[in-house]
Design a protein around this ligand. Structure first.
Ligand code: T1G
Ligand code: NAD
Length: 668
């Protein structure tokens, strides 16, 4: 088997191919082979140019993330970059596909960079809780200046070849196959048509204003890495060796931070959830779809399907809602074009793919139906009975129910094997999570089709079992109850929201309730036979949150201020004298409740693994990435401490793990 680095000679040009599937990560094997190759070629008087290129999907997607947390093995990537930069023979790089993180750093250390049109550049390190640690913080400013480098390195924003060229990060764009361009460009260097230079020898023009602006922005973030990114970039004013030493020290600080472990957990969570027991089943072919109900969810789901190039027949009995939904869908598609999520021809095709109808007989020939009518079991059963009578054999019948028993919905049909839950989140064309809810009789290939569909929609699918609220809403109900308990004990709703938002949650639970509608929350509680005195009192007054302008907050447009009229309602509901809470106490109580419900969900087999639960909260509920998810958080806290906090209510599975000296992560 050939190694990850192979050399072909063509006259005085050495073509060095990097081949480490699937994404050419800079693993130990690739790094050591590259250094050895460079030493050999640099010492060879026959060779006057060395041209690097990637085999497969891209140049190099970065360091091998799987090696993080393990003992580092020489040569490290910074050394590889120095060896490259110090070659007496000019080294050029031909860049296609993902040229990210350490891959971009390797490219920056070469003496000239040529990109193919579709190349993708960026420094995603900050999203993993670290910083470019192989000279990226030193070499990018030497080519592009401080301001653009700071922006790219502190945000992780990805850029295309055109922008990289404008910024001076690459030298040329050429179209063709990487190996061919490598030879052409090698020859261009020999002919004097492509200039080479040593990046590390260039100066960085000072820009104190850019540094100060980036520093104060990073200092305000709850994230650990951005400020270290700024300090590393600031060190690019020093001679290269000194700057690299500072970069290394800051990189090591990031590597040791708990945020780094959590963010990398989040990176792998997105991919791990695709590993399901049904992975070997063959998905059914989905060419056409139907959506039933054109309310909040139905219209969003229709947009998600249309954006993925699937034709949609949208069924809605109420003409006014149907017309409004059509209008909304067209605007959402325009919005997708404006956000760069859809091309103009793509949007045209999407518009042409929409059909509306007033009756579900229009769904006779579609391959997949997603039902999004009112949350009412009788209605859903009636609808599924009608779908069963109407739809062709082999069609998948999916429900978007948030809480209802899908086994009972499936039982209304004579084909329960074709029935599944596809639980989208609002707004359905934007939120990444899709819970694929597997009912008792759902066929494996139907489950597999749900996952294939999610991939097509660029969503993160997580497999869930049937229970009230599945994974996400069930956890939400639990933490909502905990937030209410905190308020009854003495915290204010606004303190709870502020504490959790400071911890990195996109929105606190009371703000979320206001947004979703307090009446919706109340309906859920009523179904479960629960009460929440304060929320119920708000509902009694017709204060349902944002949609009525008044709830826990007073809403004006998108801004919100605490609603003072809530305070007497809270006072009336408290049975004990209020005590005060620190933000840390609030956050800890909330996360403990969330992880406790997660453990219960795991114990019942509703979720496959802890990482699935983490993915649900990360991609559907605004859980802070730098905390990695509630199950990761529980591991970090230590299972012993976690069990103590739960008192007698810790599920058996936790006790067992703890006894065996294992962690939740061991179940992944
Ligand atoms: N290391 C190890 N495995 C990786 C990987 C990486 N960097 N990137 C992807 N994979 C695996 C992934 O887990 C999956 O595996 C498979 O490749 C396909 O990925 C010193 C420290 C490149 C744009 O952050 O953004 O460099 O699940 O499904 O949609 O400063 O992957 O099949 O077993 O995502 O076509 C910086 C992260 C590292 C790049 C391809 N680099 N990767 O997307 O496929 S830090 C990154 C991506 C660093 C230096 C530092 C994307 C992609 P499996 P995929 P894709
Ligand atoms: P909605 O009230 O906005 O829309 C429901 C639509 O279904 C209405 O337009 C109604 O006219 C239509 N409808 C009723 N009976 C019908 C029938 N027999 N045939 C066709 N259409 C019919 O409700 P929604 O918020 O979109 O929720 C729909 C489903 O999605 C519910 O099961 C809900 O639990 C679930 N859900 C909602 C959210 C959310 O945030 N709103 C999130 C996830 C899942």
């Amino acid at each position: 088997m050939p190694g990850p680095v192979t050399t072909t000679r063509s006259g005085q040009v050495a073509l060095v191919a990097l081949d480490n599937p699937p994404v050419n990560a800079a693993s130990h094997a690739l790094r050591s082979a590259l250094v050895e190759t460079l030493h050999t070629l640099d010492a060879d008087p026959q060779i006057r140019v060395i041209a690097l290129y990637g085999v497969g999907r891209g140049f190099i997607a970065g360091a091998d993330i799987r090696e993080f947390g393990k003992p580092p093995r020489d040569p490290l990537l910074p050394e590889v970059c120095l060896v490259l930069e110090r070659c007496a023979t000019p080294v050029i790089s031909v860049l296609h596909g993902a040229t990210l993180g350490g891959g971009f750093e390797v490219a920056l250390a070469t003496h000239a960079r040529v990109a193919l049109p579709g190349a993708l550049f960026g420094f995603p390190e900050v999203t993993l809780g670290i910083l470019p640690g192989a000279g990226g913080t030193q070499r990018a400013p030497r080519l592009a200046g401080l301001a653009p480098s700071l922006e790219l390195i502190t945000t992780g924003r990805r850029i295309g070849a055109e922008e990289a060229l404008e910024l001076g990060l690459i030298d040329r764009i050429c179209d063709g196959a990487p190996a061919e361009i490598a030879l052409q460009m090698g020859e261009a260097v020999l002919a004097g048509d492509l200039a080479t230079r040593v990046t590390g020898a260039c100066d960085v023009p000072p820009d104190q204003a850019a540094l100060e602006a980036a520093r104060s922005k990073a200092a305000a973030s709850p994230l650990f890495a951005p400020l270290r990114c700024v300090e590393a970039v600031a060190a690019s004013a020093l001679p290269l060796d000194a700057g690299l030493a500072q970069e290394r020290a800051l990189f090591n600080d990031c590597m040791a931070s708990p945020q780094r472990a959590a963010l990398i957990r989040a990176f792998f969570a997105e991919r791990a959830v695709a590993k399901i027991p049904e992975a070997e089943a063959t998905p059914r072919d989905i060419q056409s779809t139907g959506v039933l109900g054109a309310g909040t969810m139905g219209r969003g789901i229709a947009v998600a399907l249309l954006m993925a190039g699937l034709p949609v027949t949208l069924v809605e009995p109420k003409p006014a809602i149907r017309a409004e939904a059509e209008d909304w869908i067209m605007r959402a598609l325009d919005g997708a074009v404006a956000r760069g999520k859809l091309s103009t021809p793509g949007a045209e095709a999407a518009r042409a793919g929409l059909r509306t109808a007033d009756d579900l007989s229009a769904l006779a020939e579609v391959d997949l139906v997603i039902e999004a009518v009112f949350e009412d079991l009788d209605l859903k059963q009636e609808v599924f009975r009608a779908l069963d009578a109407t739809c062709k054999a082999g069609a998948i019948l999916a429900t978007n129910t948030s809480y209802l028993d899908i086994d009972r919905i499936a039982a209304a049909t004579a084909r329960p094997a074709d029935v599944i839950g596809l639980h989208f989140f609002s707004p359905a064309h934007i939120m990444r999570l899709l819970e694929v809810v597997v009912a008792r009789d759902t066929a494996p290939e139907v489950v597999r089709t749900g996952f294939a569909l999610a991939k097509r929609l660029r969503k993160v699918a997580v497999r869930a079992g049937v229970c009230d609220g599945f994974i996400g809403n069930r956890m939400l109900a639990r933490v909502r109850a905990e937030a209410d308990a905190l308020v009854l004990e003495g915290a204010t709703p606004w303190e709870v929201d502020a504490a959790l938002e400071a911890a990195g949650f996109a929105m606190g639970p009371f703000a979320v309730s206001d947004l979703a509608g307090l009446d919706i929350g109340q309906a859920g509680r009523q179904r479960r036979g629960e009460v929440a005195p304060v929320s119920d009192a708000l509902c009694d007054r017709g204060w349902f949150g944002r949609k009525t302008g008044r709830g826990y907050y007073l809403h004006k447009g998108k801004s919100r201020v605490p609603n003072p009229d809530v305070t007497p309602l809270i006072d009336a509901a408290r049975h004990t004298p209020p005590r005060s809470f620190t933000p840390e106490e609030i956050t800890t109580r909330y996360l403990t409740a969330m992880a406790a419900e997660g453990a219960q969900i795991l114990a019942e087999g509703i979720a496959l693994r802890p990482i699935d639960i983490d993915a649900v909260t990360l991609f559907g509920y605004g859980f802070p990435r730098h905390l990695g998810g509630p199950m990761h958080w529980a591991d970090e806290l230590g299972l012993g401490t976690f069990i103590d906090r739960l008192g007698g209510s810790a599920p058996e599975i936790l006790q067992q793990l703890h006894l065996e000296g294992r962690s939740l992560a061991d179940l992944n």
